[in-house]
Design a protein. Sequence first.
Length: 492
Amino acid sequence: MAGFNFSSWVSLMLYLFYLGLALYFIYDLIFKKHNPVKSLTWIVLMLMLPYVGLILYLYFGRDFRKTKMYSRKGLHDEKLKKELSERQIEQLNEASGILPQELASYKKLILLALNSSKSILTEHNSTEIYFTGKDALLAMYQSASQARHHIHLQSFIIENDAVGTRWKDLLIEKARNGVDVCVIYDDFGSWHLPRSFIKDLKEAGVHIEPFGKVRFAGLRAMINYRNHRKLLIVDGEEGFLGGINIADRYYDGGDSFEWRDTQLRIRGEAVKQLESSFLMDWYFITHKNLRRRKPYRYQLPYLAEDSVPETCFMQIVSSGPDSDWADIMQLYLTIITEARERISITTPYFIPNESILNALKTAALGGVEVRIMLPEEADTLFVHYASLSYVNDLLDTGVKFYLYTKGFIHSKTISIDGKCCVIGSANMDNRSLEHHFEVGAVVYNPGVSSELERKFDSDLKNSRLIVSKDWEKRPFRQKIYEQLTRLLSPLL
């Protein structure tokens, strides 16, 4: 045909195809009750950066909580948790005096965790806190080396380095000695883990599975929805959770800086909830129950009038795209509003949503001492500058910010009033609170909470207080970086 230009026709078809997809996703963003700030950011990105904006949205932006992409209903343990949590809710609603005096003021927080994530309130627990990766990894290794029945290990990052190899050798040894060993690693977080590492484990009888295989060629390669949980459960009797992954830098900071973290060791009833969290993920990946483990038993009732005062009350809260609610975000929000005297927060990344930002402002303006510790050294500059952009929002309300100078602080903790605290895997940023699979322990115990606060006070010796007048004098270039990264913070 005279005048026909094939390349122009192809370009037109590609443009119309892109336009159709973009309009479809813009419609989805506008009418599906998404966060309006985040939606507007994505719309502008798709319009300003054709093709690139759409690809970024497909990989990073879609919210699958509402579409139930992740569904793990029907597992026996999940049904049992639902039954027990409903029974506890009835007890709390029917008998106002059933909670011990030290827990009565946290009834709202307890009910939130019960209703949103079926987090059963456990009573008979003992705990130990580790504040360095070295201490935590050594304790975890020692515990796993004594396993008689099973080891369940879950890590966002496993590296083929000295620490990773030491763990590989231990797991192989235990599997060959008849211990049932199951490992979950996140496929994106452990991107550099070689196939030979996994092959060695499988050949020795270790059951190892990746969570969320990343295939960049497919639209289901959702980098947003990663499994950020770090768990170790040994024989169903002892468990660990917190910020520690299986890699050299979590042991000693590597070549860059010292590593400061927080890991919680639990013995007692709450370990069953950690086990349940692991089993939910294992079932999701393999669609198989683990038959060889010990029976999943609970003692009832938990809420007894003659509760032992020296025991440690605790709830394990899991959150992820499979949840009906953003459970850990709601937990953080509620614990902030429950504070009466002081709030101490440590987090490596600080990109709060509007609700948490306003809760912190309200607490500080209401006379609560709010202290937030961030790293001065950054492992990710883009996120670091975005975190610093929120300092100005809170300084004027009286919130105190400290920059940890001794190394990199990777700890994810909140403590209020020296009575209640949260230790877990969730950062105070959008990805952890909205998109990733996370887990945390809510501990209702003055001893544990006070220990966290004492460590916070000790860390102040290695921290720099941000003073408002000095902060205003920071380099103009840094202010520009902060504002540019802040524009994209709803997407981080």
